[in-house]
Design a protein. Structure first.
Length: 325
């Protein structure tokens, strides 16, 4: 009787160990279930990003906005329904792009291996491959994420760092998802590519404290140029401004060089200079592009592990824009 109890206990332990092993991110998660998945994604990215390099910035932003709200579960990709307004229709996400790009890749992967590869993994891999395709860093993307079932427009409003946030708020929001000051500075480095809308900086330029003033932490000459050449009035919601003027499609140290000159576009960028800790991290990145790439890779891989759904949690969506029926 004792030996039978021991055997049962051993079997239960083995099942638990096997289950916990399977429910982990791992490199090559689809090696057996869909061995061509990552090749399909890479091929599509390589064929299309060269024609529209600006999409690299859009896709890494999409990955960021996904992970910071309910974890890296593809919830940002879901469409609103008559009974629910989804994340993509929340105010901070109205300028997100790249949804069609992800949907196109998902269709190709589904044709190869129906119901196997998650939208969350496709988004994480696509963000990496697109950045690398324009000469940016390469980082490991372990896979095995599952897709979430919930997407609420209210959540990004409380979870996402915003262009107007000071350093304290940014550190709090990063801390809420297990990231630190080093990760904040490194991931902000992605602002070296892409553009922003004037609406993101209009208050900073025209009404910073409510009396028609300009943020004093912004270089005065840069502010003047922005107001005369780009964002000509506080109501401009359509004009685009380069995050890193002159090299918006090049992943380099240009963003940090702009920040130390007090020419970071967002107030949140300028806030990185308000602490000796974050200033020193910027100084370290400016020592070499290779060093920055290596450190960035560590932080974004860390970001890609935020609040994951693994094992039997969530689902593998057939279409990234809607949950399975």
């Amino acid at each position: 009787m004792g030996s039978q109890s021991y055997l049962k206990a051993l079997i239960i332990c083995l099942i638990a160990v096997i289950g916990s092993t399977e429910a982990q991110l791992q490199l090559g998660f689809y090696a057996k279930s869909c061995p061509n998945a990552e090749k399909i994604i890479l091929k599509y990215v390589a064929e299309h990003i060269r024609n529209v390099p600006s999409l690299a910035a859009a896709l890494i932003r999409l990955h960021f906005h996904d992970c910071f709200v309910n974890g890296c579960d593809g919830s940002v990709l879901l469409n609103s329904t008559p009974n629910n307004q989804a994340e993509k229709d929340s105010l901070p996400n109205l300028t997100l792009r790249g949804f069609g790009f992800i949907d196109a890749i998902k269709s190709l992967v589904e044709a190869e291996c129906p119901g196997v590869v998650s939208c969350a993994d496709i988004l994480a891999l696509t963000a990496r491959d697109s950045v690398h395709a324009i000469g940016g860093p390469f980082w490991n993307v372990p896979t095995g994420r599952r897709d979430g079932l919930i997407s609420r427009a209210a959540d990004p409003l409380v979870s996402l760092p915003a262009p107007f946030h000071n350093l304290t708020v940014q550190l709090t929001l990063f801390g809420n998802v297990g990231l630190d000051a080093n990760d904040l500075v490194l991931l902000s480095g992605a602002h070296t590519i892409g553009v922003a809308h004037c609406s993101s900086i209009s208050t900073r330029l025209y009404n910073f404290t409510g009396v028609g003033d300009t943020d004093p932490t912004l270089d005065s000459n840069y502010a003047t140029n922005l107001k005369s050449l780009k964002c000509k009035n506080i109501n401009d919601n359509t004009t685009l401004v380069e995050m890193d003027p002159g090299s918006r499609d090049t992943f380099d140290l240009g963003y940090y060089k702009q920040v130390v000159k007090r020419r970071g576009l967002f107030h949140s960028d300028a806030a990185l200079l308000s602490s000796s800790t974050t200033r020193s991290i910027i100084t370290k990145q400016l020592q070499s592009t290779e060093g920055f790439f290596a450190e960035f890779a560590k932080s974004i891989e860390k970001m890609g592990r935020i609040n994951l759904k693994l094992g039997t949690e969530g689902e593998i969506r057939k279409h990234c824009a809607r949950v399975n029926n």
